[in-house]
Design a protein around this ligand. Structure first.
Ligand SMILES: Nc1ncnc2c1ncn2[C@@H]1O[C@H](COP(=O)(O)OP(=O)(O)OP(=O)(O)O)[C@@H](O)[C@H]1O
Ligand SMILES: [Mg+2]
Length: 368
């Protein structure tokens, strides 16, 4: 009784990082004890939402899932951080004329409009100035503009509130990954790193140079695109295609292919062929962003690619992508800074937790 009152008066400051994806909800909560971060809890809730579910029903299902999880785990957390990506948000790195903060606050809508492909009335606009620069002798400011569709932000707020939690912040998936990389990446890095978070509907791309994100883009090629290609090639159900992704590796190079032929793994060969074609499309799109980035006269090309998201578990995906991009490719361990990963965590859950971990970290940082 007394302890309940104490909890009410002094709610836990721990924040749940909640990544509500199209495939699964991922939850991470850290707690700080004597300046050391510990993993308080984690959750992975697969969402098998039927195609005929209405958006309102979907929101209610997700809220209920989160609520049930929090209750089941006995979590005292009251606050949550969530994020948006894909069609709901656009991030642009632009040069604006040099203005004072006051001037910019007044004119940001006008300054930003040419860069934002949505109706400016439907978006919540924020910006951050990275640094001053000169363009043809004119003083400019390198600025990051973030335009988020109000409706999408509200949907996330509704889902978090519906679960009985307080939404503290609605972030952007790629910025959550930046917060994570700040912590787990090497210190004082001089090169540029490409992060690809490959989920179900979208791949979040970011390029981080010296700790600052310089390019953010979402590409609509991800797990479900592979599923569709596998369904077509094998004439199977989407559920079966999802399973094939998890059991059949990509066949990279002659040796892998010969081994599959020798073992008469017809399905394996077909899955790899279909998946490889989709991943090559992804490669083409990602290459465009790399070219765009390099065209801005940066000093360092991409030194490394880091993968996260569920699809980074696909067998041989690092080998496949490093052969395409010709740079080293690694899968992120979002809990690399902890002494150990919880023993009960399935191996393929770990890379899916990257956005949720970044969200949970960002809040810890902002509390200080
Ligand atoms: N072990 C595995 N092997 C291969 N693919 C996997 C594995 N585990 C999950 N996936 C795939 O990862 C994808 C889901 O990834 P993730 O959980 O990052 O997506 P999401 O965040 O829910 O989706 P989105 O961000 O697009 O809304 C699915 O396509 C799923 O089939
Ligand atoms: Mg995701």
């Amino acid at each position: 009784m007394l302890s309940n009152l104490v909890k009410k008066l002094f709610p836990s400051r721990d924040v749940l990082g909640i990544d509500i994806g199209n495939y699964a909800v991922k939850i991470v909560c850290f707690t700080e004890e004597k300046k050391v971060l510990r993993l308080r809890d984690w959750g992975y809730i697969p969402l098998a939402i039927k195609p005929d579910t209405t958006p309102e029903e979907k929101k209610a299902i997700i809220s209920q899932e989160i609520k049930t999880y929090v209750k089941k785990r006995g979590l005292q957390a009251r606050y949550a951080a969530a994020s948006i990506s894909g069609n709901a948000v656009i991030v642009r790195y632009v040069k604006l004329p040099k203005l004072t903060k006051k001037e910019l606050d007044l004119t940001i809508g006008v300054e930003a409009e040419p860069f934002i492909p949505f109706d400016i009335k439907d978006v919540a606009l924020t910006y951050s100035i990275l640094n001053d620069s000169l363009e043809e002798g004119e003083p400019k400011m390198d600025t990051v503009l973030v335009a988020a569709k109000r409706e999408a932000v509200q949907d996330k707020i509704d889902m978090i509130s519906g679960a009985g939690l307080d939404p503290l912040v609605i972030d952007v998936d790629s910025f959550a990954l930046e917060s994570l990389y700040d912590l787990i990446g090497p210190k004082g890095e001089t090169g540029s790193v490409l992060i690809l978070n490959i989920g179900q509907k979208v791949t979040n791309l970011s390029i981080v140079a010296q700790g600052v994100t310089r390019v953010v883009r979402d590409i609509f090629i991800a797990g479900s695109t592979l599923d569709k290609a596998i369904v077509k090639a094998l004439k199977c159900t989407p559920e079966a295609a999802d399973g094939f992704k998890k059991t059949r590796p990509l066949l990279v190079g002659d040796e892998d292919k010969e081994a599959a032929i020798e073992s008469f793994d017809r399905d394996g060969i077909a899955v790899s062929k279909a998946a490889s074609a989709v991943l090559r499309d992804l490669y083409t799109e990602v290459s465009r962003s790399i070219d765009f980035y390099l065209s801005q006269g940066v000093e360092h090309s991409i030194s490394k690619i880091l993968l996260s998201g569920g699809l980074s578990n696909m067998g041989n995906i690092t080998k496949f992508l490093s052969a395409e991009f010709k740079v080293p490719v690694e899968v992120i361990n979002p809990l690399a800074f902890l002494p150990e990963v919880p023993k009960n965590m399935p191996r393929d859950v770990l890379p899916s937790l990257a956005v949720a971990a970044g969200l949970a970290l960002r809040r810890m940082k902002d509390w200080e």
